[in-house]
Design a protein around this ligand. Sequence first.
Ligand code: PLP
Length: 487
Amino acid sequence: MDSNEFRTAAHRLIDYTINYNDTIRDRRPMPEVEPGYMRPLLPSSAPETPDSFDEIMADVEKIIMPGMTHWNSPNFHAYYPLGSSYTSNLADILIGALNCVGFTWTSSPACTELEVIMMDWLAKLLGLPSHFLSSEEGPGGGVIQGTASEATIVAVLAAKERTLRRLDDNGSGTHNKHQNMHRLVSYTSEESHCNVVRSSLIASVLMRSLPVDDKFALRGSTLKDAIEQDLKDGLVPFAVVATLGTTQTCAFDNLQEISDVLSKHPDIWLHVDAAYAGAAYVCEEHRGTMKGIERADSFSFNPHKWLLVTFDCSAMWIRNTGEVVNAFMVDPLYFRPEHHMNKDAPDYRHWQMATSRKFRSLKLWFVMRLHGKRGLQEHIRRQIGLAKEFEELVRSDQRFEVVAPVTMGLVCIRLKVTDHGDLNDLNDRLHKQINATGAIHLLPSQSAGLSYIRVGVGSRFTESSDMIFAWKEIQKQATAVLMAAAE
Ligand code: PLP
């Protein structure tokens, strides 16, 4: 493909993208295909002679689209949103065009330096403590990981390494490293994302999933009791992963209480996972749940969830970046820096699990500049407003209850009509029936033994009318399910 052919094809692709977005409501949010649907539609090997771009685009509609889950459809209310905007799409084009791999500063200085500065911009936008800023004195700084799961794994591995070194420095001797590892214990809540427990599997350490209160939040007293018991039993508490905005109900662990407890345990690493809800901290009025953040050793959130940035872009800040470097440092000659490594020119390969990395900070640069703080605040406030409107609709129907406080863009609802048999069973049937119609798509969930349905404001295109449409669909299917149960 030469430059002229590329120009023509690229224009067509942009037109296709715009048309896809403009007509996204016409598509079922979830595909109807069965596993293995694609194999019969594609040849068994690559073509001998080139296909044309036109042929490929025809196949996109014929083969790809029938198997697509349309995450950006306003009728897709499952999971949490996946960030999307034309501004980020533009950056994605440039990232592909520049096509660099910024594992060290030397491998692409602009890639590294923009990331350092963008992470400072973003930290200030969220009102994070200054110990996370590269521009401040001290060893703090930010890095873009691929996902929140990676950020948690990095934090847990760094905490483990820091603790093992400390135990070693205390005179236990390197030969005891293996023994010490088996004494390590970390904590999270039973409502935290499954990747948190997975991080402990990867780090080969014990992690306790602690019970939550009636609002699905981890409280300081629960953590305190667990730590004290483990210390009595000769274990070494080394990390806590708190969640601000849990996956199931968007609950906020009580960070202030957790930080107060940890003030007596300065050696325990506190990682805060705000994968979804962290984006709301661009609005000052939502920062109350972040109280206690000064104690955090690391904090992460996904601009690729709720801040209009396309996947993948997970922001992570670390109080002492040297501790992450300690956990991940390997130093072969071919990577050895010729420059003086400093806070403006780190080798980011030491801050993550993978070696190579994309120029993802371009997406942050484009999105923060083209929307500005005000535009991002409007986006968040609008989506929370839509969730509140939806909550009102649910509360106006006596058959339903709202299961958890609605503070962000998620409403968890449940049928509460008790004279139709088992309520969990009834709610499971409701969710299945709603999804079977294909008009909207929702996810079921369960907390404290209660089955409920999560309704998220999922798309940047979502309007009031979409939430009303979803509510009418839910009501219609609820009536059908209740009628069937009454028979
Ligand atoms: N943490 C929380 C609170 C989440 O809600 C999610 C996903 O929804 C994750 C972590 C996982 O995010 P990622 O897919 O970026 O690893």
